[in-house]
Write a protein that binds this ligand. Structure first.
Ligand code: AMP
Length: 269
């Protein structure tokens, strides 16, 4: 799936600039956090929301994957990043200090007038508290936190059958949304891969990390009046529509979702 926003500044960090900064957002900039277990479909929703709300999709997992594929560092990895990638391969969370250093270095993506959709960050209470401080200093307020929920069995089955395009990152499911040609992306013709951390041993570890470290954020954001919980079953368009309905009346004044266009798209996981 083509990205609405080019994300050089987010993926590379440092002095990197986006080549095509985001255009004018629809109304007030959207600043969302997406919560949910790995494989619940946050990435797919983040893409749809990014396209339709014109806010940039910011995923910390994508920063690590970009570093791994050498896109952001000319093939050289710092010891901290080497350690982060090793933990990631095994399904463990990367330590808060590494993740927070990476995000603070990209503070201008959080300040950006185009808004943002945070996917996979924050993932621990320490990260959420640090983000709250960072946003306060920048005088930026979160619009809402969407919490996507699905029974754990369904998530595990989704992740095991998930295949991701190594080129455009479109997501397939071997049973529910298979590619037309085995192992090849319908959109760009690149090879599909089974992510290392989508293998059974890593999935188990990721679920444990989610339950122990990330689930407490549901309460954290509920206490701040920002939480909107959405059932994540069905197609990406059905989940988007449910998100839109659930958000009605719970968003700051003047902020409204555009309706979904008719066409269905391949998603991201
Ligand atoms: P994701 O693509 O969001 O599922 O992230 C893939 C992996 O990157 C996770 O399983 C973690 O190993 C690591 N990761 C991404 N974001 C974070 C985060 N906010 N905190 C800790 N680890 C993270």
């Amino acid at each position: 799936m083509a990205n609405q926003h080019e994300r050089t500044a987010w993926l590379k960090g440092g002095d990197a600039q986006c080549l095509t900064p985001p255009g004018q957002p629809l109304g007030r900039p959207w600043r969302l956090v997406l919560l949910g277990a790995p494989g619940v479909g946050k990435g797919t929703q983040a893409e749809l929301l990014s396209e339709r709300l014109r806010a940039c999709h910011l995923s910390t997992g994508d920063i690590f994957r970009a570093a791994k594929s050498g896109c952001s560092n000319d093939g050289k990895l710092s010891p901290a990043l080497e350690r982060a990638l090793d933990l990631m391969r095994r399904g463990n969370l990367v330590p808060d200090d590494i993740v927070l250093a990476m995000v603070s270095e990209r503070g201008r993506c959080l300040r950006c007038g185009g808004g943002f959709i945070l996917d996979g960050f924050p993932r621990t209470v320490a990260q959420a508290e640090a983000t709250e401080g960072l946003l306060k200093r920048e005088q930026v307020q979160l619009t809402a936190v969407f919490n996507y929920e699905l029974p754990i069995d369904e998530i595990v089955s989704r992740l095991g059958a998930r295949r991701v395009c190594t080129g455009c990152k479109a997501v397939y499911h071997l049973v529910n949304r298979p590619p037309k040609a085995k192992g090849i992306c319908d959109h760009c013709g690149a090879k599909l891969e089974h992510r290392e951390d989508d293998r059974p041993e890593a999935i188990r570890v990721r679920m444990q990390s989610y339950q122990q470290s990330t689930m407490p954020l549901i309460d954290f954001y509920w206490q701040r009046g920002l939480l909107i919980t959405i059932e994540a079953s069905g197609t990406p368009e059905e989940i988007y529509e449910r998100t839109r309905q659930m958000a009605k009346g719970q968003l700051p004044p003047g902020q409204e979702f555009p309706a979904a266009p008719m066409a269905e798209k391949a998603g991201r996981g």
